[in-house]
Design a protein around this ligand. Structure first.
Ligand SMILES: N[C@@H](CCC(=O)N[C@@H](CS)C(=O)NCC(=O)O)C(=O)O
Length: 197
């Protein structure tokens, strides 16, 4: 298994984290994003979207961090990571979508603006980021995990950019339920440290 990876990317970290939690090894292949390697023809042949992460397993490329989590959970994970019942899968899909939209356009975008110097509307991204921090913190009141009573890929998908939100200028201190959930995730066997700048 190979992971086309960029260390500081939260989406790549998401996949590395899940590989760690599943006790799986993959060869890490660095894609030099600052040099634009993701837009080179050889990489576009692998992922026409021109983005990392890309996981290659048995020669088959898989793109998009959320999709990769689903694949790894189904192929290699214990059942609790992606339970097969309709309700769990519907609830988990809701969190995967939140990650790809609200979290990507909020906390993740604010981090890209502040830490990578990319042109973003920082105020807008931070406002969206705060909304999601509030929403997830409220959801976690009285719960251990986002869906059900064991960790799922929803937790793995949502965690990285919320835990890195301070790098986008967002204050995590007010969110006690989030802090407790971060601690639970960090205590899981195979947990890998965040890729802090
Ligand atoms: N929905 C995709 C988003 C992937 C994404 O935005 N990747 C970024 C790094 S975090 C990237 O490759 N950016 C380079 C570019 O778009 O040129 C996922 O979850 O994997």
């Amino acid at each position: 298994m190979q992971l086309h990876d960029f260390y500081l990317s939260g989406n790549c970290y998401k996949v590395r984290l899940f590989l760690g939690l599943l006790g799986l090894q993959a060869e890490m292949l660095n894609v030099d994003l600052p040099c634009g390697a993701q837009k080179h023809p050889e990489f576009l042949a692998l992922n026409p979207r021109g983005q990392v992460p890309v996981l290659v397993d048995d020669g088959q490329p898989l793109v998009d961090s959320q999709a990769i989590l689903v694949y790894l959970a189904r192929r290699y994970g214990e059942a609790h990571w992606y339970p097969q019942d309709a309700l769990s899968q519907g609830l988990i899909s809701g969190w995967l979508s939140l990650t790809a939209n609200e979290i990507h356009n909020g906390a993740a975008r604010a981090r890209v603006g502040l830490k990578f110097g990319r042109p973003v509307d920082l105020e807008d991204a931070q406002a969206r980021g705060r909304q999601v921090l509030e929403l997830v913190d409220t959801h976690l009141a009285g719960r251990l995990w986002l869906v059900g009573d064991q960790p799922t890929i929803a937790d793995v998908a949502v965690y990285p950019y919320l835990a890195l939100a301070d790098e986008g200028g967002l204050d995590l201190a007010p969110y006690e339920n989030l802090a407790a959930w971060f601690a639970r995730l960090r205590a899981l066997p195979g947990y890998l440290d965040l890729p802090r700048l």
